[in-house]
Ligand binder design. Structure first.
Ligand SMILES: NC(=O)c1ccc[n+]([C@@H]2O[C@H](COP(=O)([O-])OP(=O)(O)OC[C@H]3O[C@@H](n4cnc5c(N)ncnc54)[C@H](O)[C@@H]3O)[C@@H](O)[C@H]2O)c1
Ligand SMILES: [Fe+2]
Length: 359
């Protein structure tokens, strides 16, 4: 049985932010990171929204903390907006989701992603960091009411951010396609998102802004897929290592994904089906999986990304005890539950060894 729902209304197209006026906003709170204070994007959003009163909260930092979300929650309670607009990448959208959720109020939440990656604009998922641990908050109630996908907001994306967030799309697509909760609808979304991002990322990375709206939609489609089907070991490890090593989420996924595919070899038939579905596969299962895995590694290089944690500049001198702790944290991350095969400590250690080059 496949259940599929997504309450978020999506408005997509270049210039889509100018549709904000249709929402008849009166009292607006904009949640964004400090980068946007120096751009004209908030000014345009404020003009497009046409609210009587607008407050801006520019305090978002990457991988938002529980403390930051608590400060934002207090602001929502104080201002009592009818609409909260999350403007930015996954960090701004996740923090805004938590702020609305914990405020006990029900303002409309509008997500305007300015990176193409997290898919947070259509997921029931928000990630907050506390004491070096990333905690996923999962609840239907945090789904944004509206998502605005406006490719015009993507012109300023630097190549490294395109690479990092692009690999987040690919990882969402791969993990949701093979996940325990996958079905025909999520498969179609994941397949199309993978094919679009895989094909267009090199051009976007080289500065071609014309392909970015397509990649933006792919990010949202991959988000819809994983919000229903679930993710897997790659995201569990990315959550645990990301909070400790402070590396961008998508970059960690890019490093981990080929090794996770190896550790998940019992699910090769699913990887082969994705590979065949996006035109990379051969009829032979092992060849199809190898083509998908090698295609990801080739793209990773083309996008100038590291292949190991050392290459990413992380200190990988982990003691046995530290490895053990990482294993425990990974095994208790909720994304493991939807991995295509049950995750064991041995699998986590195998992936760790592959990405650090140490046993
Ligand atoms: N909720 C979910 O479903 C979900 C899924 C995957 C990841 N995440 C979370 O999302 C976060 C990562 O999100 P992200 O990869 O979008 O990065 P991010 O939101 O942390 O932003 C990274 C940087 O990009 C900059 N930036 C954003 N838009 C820009 C633009 N148009 N031009 C130039 N710079 C821009 C920001 O200022 C910031 O410095 C992580 O915390 C991850 O855990 C959430
Ligand atoms: Fe992700």
């Amino acid at each position: 049985m496949e259940y599929f729902s997504c309450k978020t209304r999506i408005i997509s197209g270049t210039g889509a932010i100018w549709k904000l006026g249709e929402l008849k906003i009166r009292n607006l709170l904009i949640v964004a990171d400090p980068y946007f204070e120096k751009t004209d994007i908030p000014t345009n959003v404020i003009r497009a929204a046409g609210a009587e009163q607008t407050t801006c909260f520019y305090d978002i930092s990457p991988d938002p903390s529980v403390e930051l979300a608590a400060r934002g929650t207090a602001l929502v309670q104080q201002i009592q907006p009818d609409t909260v607009i999350a403007l930015g990448g996954g960090s701004a959208i996740d923090c805004a989701k938590a702020m609305v959720y914990f405020s006990g109020q029900k303002p409309r939440l509008v997500a305007i992603p300015t990176t193409s990656g997290s898919g947070s604009e259509v997921t029931d998922f928000a990630i907050l960091t506390h004491n070096g641990v990333k905690h996923p908050l999962v609840d239907d109630a945090i789904l944004p009411d509206v998502a605005i996908l406006d490719g015009n907001l993507l012109d300023s994306l630097p190549p490294s951010l395109i690479a990092d967030t692009g690999f987040d799309i690919l990882t969402h697509a791969v993990e949701s396609f093979v996940a325990q909760g996958a079905g025909a609808i999520t498969d179609a979304l994941a397949r199309d998102a993978f094919a679009a991002a895989f094909t267009a990322l090199p051009a976007s990375f080289r500065g071609d802004t014309r392909v970015r709206q397509r990649i933006h939609i792919a990010a949202t489609m991959a988000g819809m897929a994983f919000s229903q089907a679930g993710l897997g070991l790659c995201h569990s490890m990315s959550h645990v290592l990301g909070a400790q090593l402070h590396l961008p989420h998508g970059r960690l996924n890019a490093i981990l994904l080929p090794a996770v595919m190896d550790a998940n070899r019992a699910a090769n038939h699913r990887y082969a089906a994705l590979s065949q579905g996006v035109g990379l596969g051969s009829a032979a299962e092992l060849l199809a999986v190898r083509n998908l895995r090698n295609g990801l590694i080739k793209l990773r290089k083309e996008l100038g990304m590291p292949g190991t944690l050392q290459e990413a500049g992380a200190d990988c001198n982990l003691s046995r005890q530290q490895r053990q702790k990482i294993c425990e944290a990974v095994l208790s991350d909720p994304c493991c539950a939807s991995n295509p095969v049950p995750v064991t400590e041995r699998m986590v250690l195998e992936v760790l060894e592959a990405v650090t080059g140490r046993g």
